[in-house]
Ligand binder design. Structure first.
Ligand code: EPU
Length: 336
């Protein structure tokens, strides 16, 4: 059923109170198509919303928000070590991780506790602790918003990159993902090279996918604020990709800055958290918004904060990082 002037406060993890002119929760392919037809008839822009964990609303949305609630997780294929699992776009991401980990199947455990839905995961190619979802995706199914034609994209055609995919670039705003197929391993080798995973695993009985999940949860909960307690959308900015020569200039002043490999040769990725901290923003609070004390890449919206206040703070941070390091930070969060 189409609702009007629906507050989006409970539908975004910043907890920002803007509304949408029309709002539909669609729990079947038929309901999704009906909503999209209606939007087209009224000539309204459409916003597909997952868990709202990567979006900042700075104004009311004068269009139709469609929230796909297609559920269900199933095993669709098994060939020796490879398992294919399909999940509906509306499945809560971490419920899928639990479902796979409970069966001992590997590939998603490093992505434990990431907020959001299955349908949103491929869009920004969610990643954490040395893993990216694109590496575990077999294919993505959905429909084009304007024609209602179905599509299937194999992983190789999704243009997965660091926090990016074809769904966020070329097809931005033009598609709605309905189902994602994952290719998992029945006999997983755990991926524990990133940061403190190995150290945390010492508190676990073994290196099973279950133990890796527990280690990841422990690390995340020490650093990342729970959106149920305080409004946030995880990392607000992407880690910037810069030339190796700029990175070594910065390293001359800050020898302790870690450098990560980038997708392109001659470039490397720097931790935005480090730059923001050195620009003096760690733990800073300005009225109803602030910068997290343990992970300065995360911006916080306290009760009653406006989206514009978060955006203004992000712009101030960008300015000072640019002034100090000559690097322009790019938001990771979608700003509307
Ligand atoms: N750092 C600081 N000060 C701090 C915290 C971190 O200088 O207070 C520096 C340290 O040098 C640290 C480095 O930042 O080694 C990296 O920190 P962390 O491991 O927390 O990761 P990140 O690069 O800041 C990225 C993702 C996170 C993901 C973590 C773990 C992006 C934009 N963010 O953060 O993803 O959980 O790695 O893999 O790539 C998200 O996308 O919402 C998100 C939380």
């Amino acid at each position: 059923m189409i609702q009007t002037h629906q507050s989006l406060k409970q539908y975004n993890t910043f907890g920002i109170d803007h509304s949408s002119r029309y709002f539909v929760k669609a729990s079947s392919a038929a309901e999704i198509k009906e909503a999209l037809r209606e939007a087209r008839r009224m000539e309204l822009p459409v916003l597909v919303l997952g868990g709202g964990s990567n979006i900042l609303f700075t104004q009311d949305f004068d269009g139709m928000v469609v929230k796909p609630e297609l559920l269900g997780i199933e095993l669709t294929d098994r060939q020796s070590d490879r398992i294919t699992v399909a999940a509906g776009a509306g499945v809560v991401w971490d419920d899928l991780v639990v479902w796979c980990v409970d069966r001992g199947w590997g590939g998603l455990e490093n992505l434990s506790h990431i907020p959001g839905t299955v349908g949103a995961a491929p869009v920004q190619n969610i990643g954490a602790y040395g893993a990216e979802v694109g590496d575990a995706i077999d294919r993505v199914e959905g429909i084009y918003i304007d024609t209602l034609e179905p599509f299937v994209f194999l992983a190789a055609d999704c243009a997965f990159g660091y926090r990016s995919s074809i769904f966020k670039t070329e097809l931005k705003g033009r598609i709605l993902i309905t189902r994602v197929f994952f290719s998992l391993s029945a006999h997983p080798q755990s991926n524990t090279d990133y940061g403190r995973i190995e150290q945390e695993l010492q508190n676990q009985p073994d290196k099973s996918v279950h133990s890796v999940r527990q280690a990841i949860i422990a690390i995340r909960s020490q650093k990342l604020p729970d959106p149920a307690k305080i409004g946030n959308a995880g990392s607000f900015f992407k880690n910037p990709v810069v030339t190796e020569s700029l990175a070594s200039q910065i390293r001359a002043d800050y020898p302790q800055i870690p450098l990560y490999p980038a997708d392109v040769s001659g470039y490397c990725k720097l931790p935005a958290a480090f730059l923001i901290e050195k620009a003096g923003w760690k733990g800073v609070r300005r009225g109803r918004v602030g910068v997290h004390t343990d992970q300065p890449l995360v911006l916080l919206a306290y009760e009653g904060a406006k989206g514009q206040e978060v955006l203004d703070l992000s712009l101030l941070i960008c300015e000072s990082v640019q002034e100090k390091f000559g690097i322009l930070l790019e938001p990771e969060v979608n700003i509307l």
